[in-house]
Write a protein that binds this ligand. Structure first.
Ligand code: PMV
Length: 331
C-alpha cells in the first residue's frame, strides 16, 4: 500500500481546520529495538519493540493557519530547502493533499542538544497530535500511532509516557502495526544519558537498516530474537524485575549492533568511547552495581539503573544526564 492510499483511507475528503493547535510528545528509548523494515514506505518493522518514554524531554509543536508555509525550529525560522523543513512539509502534505492550507509549524525540543538524542520520534508524534487537533480529525489512538510511524518508525511509540510496546503487525496496510502503552505502577527505573561523541551521524537509521537487512548474515536471526526479548522485557515490567529488564535490554542492543558489524561492508555507530563505556559498565556491574546500558544508531550510551543507585551512577559518570521518566509531566 502507498502512503497516499493509507492517508486516503483514514482522512475525510475535505479538512475543516481550527485556527491553531498545540501538542507535546516525549522522546523514547527502546529497551528492545526496532531494526529492519518489512515495508519501507509505511515503516512497517520486521519485529516489534518496547520503549520507555523520557517524560519532560520531548517536543512541543504548535500549528497555526498562515499565509504561507513556515517551519520554526527552536525559535529559528528555517529556509525552505532545509532537510528538516522538507521532511515536515512532506508529512503535512499527506494530510493536506490537494487542499490549500498553508501552515506555520513551530517546533521546540526540550531534549537538550547536548544529550545526543534524536528528536524525530517525539517530533513526528507531536506533529501528528497537533494536526489531529488542527484538522478536527478526532482519530483514535491506534490510527494516530500508525500515522506517527509513517513519519519515523520509533515515533509510533512516542505518543505516551511510561513503557510503550509497538506490535509488529501482519497487515500490508500497517493498521495493526501500532504502539500502545503498558499499564504499570513501576516508577523506579531511571535513564542516564552519556554524550560521548558529538560527531554527525554518518548513516541514517533508515539507510543503516536497509544495508544491514540486505547484507548481514546475522540479520536472519535478529527478528525472532528481538521478539523474544520484547516478550521477556514485558514480563520483567509485569514482575518489576530490574535485572531481567536491564540484562535483556543490554543484550538486545548489543545483538542489534552485532548485526551491523556483520554487514558487508561493516556498519558501526560505535566510537572508541562507546566500547570503553560498555566495558566500564561491565566492570561496575561485576563490582555489584545494578547498571545496564542500551545504545541506538549513534555512539552515545544510555544507562539503565534504579533510583536508589543514582548516587553511585553519578559518582561513576560525573557527566551523566539523569532522567526520571516518571517525573510529573509539565507538558
Ligand atoms: O525511528 P527511526 O527510523 O529513527 O529508527 C530507530 C532505530 C533505533 O533507535 C536504533 C531503535 C529504536 O527502536 O528506536
Amino acid at each position: 500500500m502507498t502512503k497516499a492510499d493509507f492517508f486516503a483511507s483514514i482522512l475525510p475528503a475535505t479538512l475543516n481546520p481550527v485556527e491553531q493547535a498545540h501538542a507535546y510528545a516525549p522522546s523514547n528509548i527502546a529497551l528492545s529495538k526496532y531494526w529492519g523494515k518489512r515495508d519501507a514506505a509505511l515503516n512497517l518493522p520486521c519485529n516489534g519493540s518496547l520503549s520507555i518514554s523520557l517524560g519532560d524531554l520531548g517536543t512541543h509543536t504548535t500549528v497555526t493557519l498562515a499565509e504561507r508555509d513556515l517551519v520554526t525550529l527552536n525559535g529559528e525560522d528555517l529556509p525552505r530547502d532545509h532537510e528538516f523543513v522538507r521532511k515536515v512539509i512532506a508529512f503535512v502534505d499527506h494530510f493536506r493533499r490537494e487542499q490549500q492550507l498553508p501552515l506555520h509549524i513551530d517546533t521546540r525540543n526540550t531534549v537538550p542538544t547536548a544529550a545526543g538524542l534524536a528528536s524525530s520520534a517525539s517530533g513526528f508524534a507531536a506533529l501528528t497530535l497537533a494536526l489531529n487537533q488542527l484538522f478536527r480529525l478526532d482519530l483514535p489512538d491506534p490510527t494516530l500511532s500508525a500515522i506517527a510511524r509513517i513519519g519515523s518508525g520509533s515515533a509510533a511509540r512516542s505518543l505516551w509516557h511510561g513503557f510503550v510496546e509497538w506490535q509488529r503487525g501482519t497487515r500490508d496496510d500497517g493498521r495493526d502495526s501500532i504502539a500502545r502503552p503498558i499499564d504499570s505502577p513501576w516508577r523506579t527505573v531511571r535513564i542516564g544519558l552519556l554524550e560521548l561523541n558529538r560527531a554527525e551521524k554518518h548513516t541514517s537509521s533508515r539507510d543503516g537498516m536497509t544495508h544491514t537487512a540486505a547484507t548481514s548474515p546475522l540479520f536472519a536471526v535478529w527478528p525472532e530474537q528481538a521478539e523474544r526479548d520484547r516478550i521477556t522485557i514485558r514480563r520483567a515490567i509485569a514482575n518489576e524485575d530490574f535485572h531481567a529488564l536491564g540484562a535483556t535490554a543490554e543484550a538486545n542492543a548489543l545483538a542489534m549492533h552485532a548485526t551491523m558489524l556483520a554487514a558487508r561492508p561493516l556498519l558501526t555507530y560505535f566510537q572508541p568511547e562507546t566500547l570503553a563505556t560498555i566495558l566500564n559498565v561491565q566492570h561496575l556491574r561485576a563490582d555489584g552495581l545494578a547498571l545496564y546500558l542500551t545504545i541506538d544508531a549513534g555512539p552515545n550510551v544510555k544507562l539503565l539503573y534504579r533510583a536508589q543507585d543514582e548516587g553511585d551512577v553519578r559518582r561513576a559518570f560525573p557527566e551523566v544526564l539523569c532522567i526520571n521518566p516518571f517525573a510529573a509531566h509539565s507538558a
